[in-house]
Design a protein. Structure first.
Length: 495
């Protein structure tokens, strides 16, 4: 009889692991605390609109690129009716507004980026041309020629390594204060330059587009294929404890006291909760002690979403606006930038003739939001309304009067992230991409605990959906190797 493997968490890493394990002959049960798959790769409905939380662009959307085979294996790009998921590629990656009021367009055409930078800061021509050249190399290739792919891959790796340096350090290379400000508008100063350049570099090849239908649709597509092939996904199944006997994981106990036995347990859930709650801190290795004690994390978010009864397709889809009058949150943070996403390119997210608009703010003050929500619910509700009102005032400076045009308002906070995902500190992507963290890979196994592994964003600093999908693929391959089985990537038994 085949081994029974429990996968904790139906996020992308957990779904990927389940999918690859299932096609390699394992019996798989996925346990998910929420009512939907996807984890942080999610969306939700409000008054006829679908609010998307995760995907703005996604590596691997083009055939012939590195991550495309993963998504194809998982069924991510096949809808419930069998139709392919349409992919939108943008002419503009984003537009950044400087404190001077000038707007700088980061085009999907890297030659245009180069020329825009040269016009903005001709004194930095030498550094700008180096930046442009490295971006071109980072883009990689869509060639199917093995030698070309190998050479391109090596050059791409070298380019990526050169962009691990902190953003502040890189920004200081430029004489122009405008360029220095530009590089620091979106990315924290201690994060690696690659946080910006990886996505930008993929745009010319149209290899990192947006999947129409949004984040939850991608997760549902993957989950549906798992269930169609005989895998089990149990929702509303919150894992409380990982059961251990004689140094081996033997199953889990759910919050309602139910036990589920298994030959192997894989946690694709929150890393901190796995180590310190489900395993009661008994198997925390030194690398994880260091990571959770010292590594910076991605922030959480406050997201204000609006359903606008108007076609806004004439506006740039993504921009970061400078606020001359900052918004001060109840958590004590001062927000002087407004990250605006106008989803006119996805007709599935809004009624015909209408547009979903979402504004994101980053904050690391998750505890303050959780305390406010739990201890002062009325104040929490009022703060969300105040933020919505403040954001709407700023949006009217962009769109003109919105009186009578706002169909829907929804504000999510770090408390929302913690409530629905249990993610440590409400972080939306685990450990932040710094030079230190990106140079590390945390162990999948824990000392003294057999038949157990951890995967997902807390084991792969830098995060991202492709990384999560690859983590699931790799853990299945590792188990096959341990069991002396050939690893299959297809359902028909072929490698």
């Amino acid at each position: 009889m085949s081994k029974h493997i429990i996968v904790i968490g139906a996020g992308i890493a957990g779904l990927s692991a389940a999918s690859y394990l299932l096609r390699n002959g394992y019996q798989v049960t996925v346990l998910e605390k929420h009512t939907e798959p996807g984890g942080l790769c999610t969306s939700w409905k409000r008054k006829g609109y679908t609010i998307d939380y995760c995907i703005h662009w996604m590596m691997g959307t083009r055939e012939g690129t590195e991550f495309h085979p993963l998504w194809q294996d998982l069924g991510a790009f096949t809808n419930a009716d069998g139709s392919p998921v349409p992919i939108v590629n943008f002419d503009t990656f984003t537009t950044l507004e400087l404190s001077t009021g000038e707007s700088v367009c980061l085009s999907s055409n890297l030659e245009n980026v180069r020329d825009t930078f040269l016009a903005l800061a001709p004194e930095d021509e030498k550094e700008i041309l180096k930046f442009y050249k490295t971006l071109k190399t980072m883009a990689g290739t869509t060639s199917t020629n093995p030698l070309v792919k190998k050479i391109s891959g090596f050059r791409q790796l070298m380019a990526l390594m050169s962009h691990l340096l902190p953003m502040q350090e890189y920004a200081n290379r430029f004489e122009s204060p405008k360029l220095r400000e530009l590089f620091l508008t979106e990315i924290p100063s201690d994060w690696s330059l690659v946080s910006l350049t990886m996505g930008l570099a993929q745009q010319p090849l149209k290899s990192a587009g947006y999947p129409v239908g949004g984040s939850l649709n991608i997760a549902r597509n993957i989950a549906r294929l798992i269930e169609d092939k005989g895998g089990v996904i149990r929702y509303k199944s919150d894992v409380h404890t990982i059961m251990v006997s004689d140094g081996k994981a033997i199953g889990v106990t759910l919050s309602d006291g139910t036990t589920v036995s298994a030959d192997y347990v894989i946690s694709a859930a929150d890393g901190y909760a796995t180590l310190y709650s489900m395993l009661d801190g008994a198997y925390v290795s030194e690398p994880y002690k260091k990571a959770f004690g010292e590594y910076p994390v991605f922030p959480s978010t406050v997201m204000a979403a609006f359903g606008i009864h108007k076609d806004l397709s004439s506006f740039t889809h993504a921009s970061s606006l400078y606020l001359k009058e900052p918004i001060v949150f109840a958590d004590g943070t001062t927000q002087d930038r407004l990250n605006l996403n106008i989803y006119h390119y996805d007709p599935t997210l809004a009624p015909k003739g209408c547009t979903l608009v979402a504004v994101l703010f980053n904050t690391w003050e998750t505890e303050a939001w959780v305390t406010l929500a739990q201890e002062h619910p009325a104040k929490y509700k009022a703060e969300k309304q105040r933020i919505a009102d403040e954001v709407l005032k700023r949006l009217e400076q962009v769109f003109g009067s919105l009186e009578g045009l706002v169909d829907m308002v929804d504000v999510s906070t770090p408390n929302s992230v913690v409530h629905y995902t249990s993610n440590w500190k409400g972080s939306f992507e685990g450990f932040a991409p710094t030079k230190t963290t990106l140079s590390k890979r945390l162990p999948k196994k824990l000392p003294g605990l057999a038949n157990f592994a951890m995967i997902g964003q807390w084991t792969t600093p830098g995060g991202g959906l492709p990384t999560a999908a690859k983590d699931g693929h790799d853990i299945a391959k590792m188990l096959c190797k341990e069991d002396g089985k050939p690893f299959r990537t297809s359902w028909d038994g072929q490698r």
